[in-house]
Design a protein around this ligand. Structure first.
Ligand code: FAD
Length: 386
């Protein structure tokens, strides 16, 4: 079983040889930590002073990790992946909005994407909570501070937008993944999503999934608490390790509080695997969405499913990777009949820059899976040339 993800012919069937070469070039670049740091800040600087570098980004890192500017630009990719039983999750990126009107527009955009997902027979959609409400308000609501009257009103608007999205998604039978964000805003997100799960997750499949970041020290206790309190509704959990480690560490130093993040990668890995076991032990009341490029964690899920005689295509268990990463996991899993999806970010280049910088930083981490992926791409290139 432990060589399943080594099949590069299956993994890269959708990639032309020229695309494989380009991916190797890009992954080589972004595994260099120093280069990523320098390029991230110079890119932001060049954009700030108005240098026309968007075309360069679009032809390189954007093309590797994003589907296109519009849904039309993504449609060929969506179809090609669907032919391999890999379902796109359309992720329209809007970052850093400020006023209530913008948030209302962003909410309408989410509804359009749910509609498009339904039309394209895509089972999931996704959204980032602070794209439909002020980051500062999520932060204040997560703290012990009391909201003033205007903030109370704006918070009510956020609740209404959440409700509108989930109600529509339920009607359309499209599931919704709620992204996890920074520690300082996550309490408010967790509370609101739980409230919505109680309201809408009343069938035998979860409509709403909350994201749980296992690089946080407190998340196993959080999961245990929710499982214990569950009463007549289904829980949906998307498990991730967490994307904001460097920022969280920096913030805890600046604000002088104990970092909420595990001290080592090993601790995060243990947490992730413990969470998996905990959820599978309680599978009758919940749905699991495994969002990881880590081979061991994905093998662990396969192993637990086998040992528990859970069918590969059980509708309560999904695997997912990000577009442009972990293809060896995605396509080999789908070939074996597991439920697999891929997050497909799309939208204007400018909006996707923070996302692209997160991907580059994550891939430059010494412990990341990127070096393995790079070796697999090289192996496939060699296989094709023989
Ligand atoms: C489909 C999908 C959806 C995602 N959605 C979200 C989301 O909503 N919110 C979010 O925050 N992230 C999200 N992510 C990103 C995710 O949290 C990880 O950053 C990314 O997937 C890398 O982790 P991994 O399990 O794939 O692999 P690995 O490469 O095995 O793990 C890398 C991760 O381990 C952790 N880590 C690395 N070094 C250390 C260290 N020294 N100490 C402690 N921990 C360490 C970090 O979390 C790092 O990102 C998503 C990822 C996927 C695939």
């Amino acid at each position: 079983m432990y060589d399943l993800f080594q099949n590069t012919e299956v993994a890269y069937e959708l990639k032309k040889t020229s695309q494989i070469r380009k991916s190797i070039f890009l992954f080589r670049l972004i595994t260099k930590r120093f280069l990523v740091k320098t390029l991230s800040s110079t890119t932001l600087f060049f954009l700030k002073i108005g240098l026309p570098i968007k075309w360069l980004l679009k032809a390189t890192i954007y093309e590797q990790f994003c589907g296109g500017i519009s849904i039309n630009e993504c449609s060929a990719t969506i179809k090609k992946m669907k032919d391999k039983n890999v379902y796109s999750i359309l992720d329209y990126s809007i970052e850093s909005l400020q006023n209530e009107k913008d948030f209302d527009n962003a909410c309408e955009k989410k509804l359009t994407i749910i509609k498009l997902s339904k039309e394209n027979k895509l089972p999931f959609s996704v959204f980032k909570p602070t794209s439909i409400g002020s980051y500062e308000l999520f932060k204040k609501k997560s703290s012990i501070d009391i909201l003033n009257d205007e903030e109370k009103l704006n918070w009510l608007n956020i609740e209404k937008r959440f409700d509108k999205i989930f109600q529509y998604a339920k009607n359309q039978k499209v599931k919704v993944l709620v992204d996890a964000e920074e520690f300082e805003v996550q309490n408010a997100i967790d509370e609101l999503v739980l409230k919505m799960m109680k309201k809408y997750n009343d069938g035998d499949e979860a409509i709403i999934y909350n994201t749980v970041q296992l690089y946080r020290k407190d998340r196993i206790e959080y999961l245990k608490k929710l499982i214990k309190l569950r009463n007549g509704y289904r829980l949906g959990f998307k498990l991730v390790r967490g994307a904001y480690m460097e920022k969280e560490r920096q913030m805890s130093i600046e604000m002088a509080y104990e970092s909420p993040i595990c001290k080592t990668k090993d601790e995060t890995d243990k947490n992730f695997n413990e969470a998996l076991k905990l959820l599978f032990n309680n599978i009758s009341g919940l749905d699991i969405f495994v969002a990881s490029h880590n081979e061991e964690s994905n093998y662990l899920v396969i192993d637990i499913m086998k040992k528990s005689s859970i069918k590969n295509n059980s509708r309560n268990i999904w695997f997912c990777q990000l577009f442009g990463m972990g293809d060896h996991i995605t396509y080999n899993l789908s070939k074996k009949g597991y439920n697999v999806a891929k997050i497909l970010p799309f939208g204007p280049v400018k909006n996707l820059i923070p996302y692209l910088i997160r991907r580059a930083q994550e891939n430059s981490s010494v412990d990341s899976q990127t070096n393995r992926e790079l070796n697999l791409l090289k192996k496939e290139l060699l296989r094709r040339s023989n």
